[in-house]
Design a protein around this ligand. Structure first.
Ligand code: GLN
Length: 385
């Protein structure tokens, strides 16, 4: 039989997260690779899902979300950003933000259309662009600041560009795009009539600065699709509940694809999600402060082991420069770390299409309890230096 995988997907292989998690298990390494918490999500959310499950809320949900969840998402957005959102016309519940992104690309892009991605990029973006038959253009954010240049963004626009995909707070760099950067993106979108697709799944994980919403920029509401999810904010990455907030014409595009991708998302978990999104402000405050502590433990520890590290302003990831160890091959370094040190990370070169800068970094995740972070650091202290 010929290679059965479709041509569009052949370049991507297995996702790096699955590959590194598998190696971590094989070698009993502490897994600071794939970004999943090693602690559970809150009981009040799980209880709401359990109650729904017991109460017979187990059949297909409305394709674009149970009404209570669409309303909770709209209310939350209005409270935080002061924008009126219609829960029926503007909100679509999806199976994780990953599905929201796929549905957006499949619903919006025609073969040959171009979309601009910032690199390093989250791995699914490029694969979805390929599956849509579209073409990605890249704007590199160079370390250690990982800011992008206006000229590079302008140069990436062509007559066939349809959209720019932005991820802020940004995985893997931990950058939180500031007002100036969002202004540049808004200028370019408006000038060239482009759609902004914004992945904000780490919106509640900001330690320095603040999360700004591109949809609040003048002229941007009508061309911005915001996407987020439950997984990171509520430590429930296995629930796969996400959503998109978009003007009604763009919502039609997402839903056109969503109805045929998954049709709808797990009903009892959507009821749990209502409780999550309506959580009191104190939940979000203690969530962020617990992560600040984890960040500081990991950043200080990695520095003392000898990595070059800038504290990330957001997300639960840190990019650690491996060049102080004389290393310039992230994959080889990562393998060594898993096999001989007992700690797994993610080699970020897979998040780049053009620049080879990724080879000098490893990404570590700090969505782990402090004790686990300390054990990983102890292993590095003993076996790496
Ligand atoms: N978002 C997670 C990360 O960046 C990975 C999710 C996945 O495995 N697809 O680590």
């Amino acid at each position: 039989m010929q290679m059965p995988v479709a041509h569009a997907l052949q370049p991507f292989g297995e996702t790096i997260f699955a590959e590194m998690s598998r190696l971590a298990i094989e070698h009993s390494a502490i897994n600071l690779g794939q970004g999943f918490p090693n602690f559970d999500g809150p009981s009040f959310i799980k209880d709401a899902a359990i109650a729904a499950l017991r109460d017979g809320k187990n059949q297909y949900a409305r394709s674009f979300g149970i009404p209570e969840l669409n309303e909770a998402i709209a209310d939350d957005h209005q409270q935080r950003f002061g924008r009126q959102i219609d829960p029926t016309m503007n909100v679509t519940v999806t199976s994780g933000c990953t599905e929201a992104i796929a549905a957006t690309m499949f619903g919006l892009l025609n073969p040959g259309d171009e979309i601009i991605l910032f690199e390093p990029f989250y791995d699914s973006y490029r694969a979805c662009v390929a599956m849509a038959g579209a073409k990605a253009r890249f704007v590199t954010m160079n370390g250690p600041s990982f800011r992008f240049e206006r000229a590079a963004l302008e140069a990436a626009v062509t007559p066939t560009t349809r959209a720019i995909l932005i991820n802020t707070p940004h995985n893997p760099t931990g950058r939180v795009f500031d007002r100036d950067e969002l202004q540049v993106i808004a200028d370019v979108c408006i000038k060239h009539d482009l759609i902004a697709i914004v992945d904000e799944v780490y919106e509640h994980l900001v330690f320095d600065g603040e999360h700004l919403s591109l949809a609040t920029w003048p002229g941007m509401a009508e061309r911005t699709m915001l996407m987020s999810s439950l997984g990171k904010t509520f430590s429930l990455t296995g629930w796969k509940i996400g959503w998109a907030i978009a003007p009604s014409e763009l919502t039609q595009a997402i839903r056109a694809a969503h109805q045929f991708l998954t049709f709808s998302t797990a009903t009892p978990l959507q009821h749990g999600a209502v409780a999550a999104i309506r959580a009191p402000a104190s939940y979000f405050e203690s969530y962020a402060s617990a992560y600040r502590e984890r960040r500081d433990v990991l950043v200080d520890g990695l520095r003392s082991v000898g990595f070059g590290v800038e504290a990330p302003a957001g997300t639960y990831f840190v990019m650690a420069d491996i060049s102080p160890f004389g290393a310039d091959d992230d994959r080889a370094f990562c393998r060594h770390l898993i096999e001989h040190v007992g700690v797994a990370g993610i080699p970020p070169s897979v998040f780049y299409a053009e620049s080879d800068e990724g080879t000098r970094y490893l990404r570590f995740a700090f969505c782990k309890d402090i004790e686990t972070l300390r054990r990983a650091l102890d292993r590095m202290h003993e076996r790496l230096r």
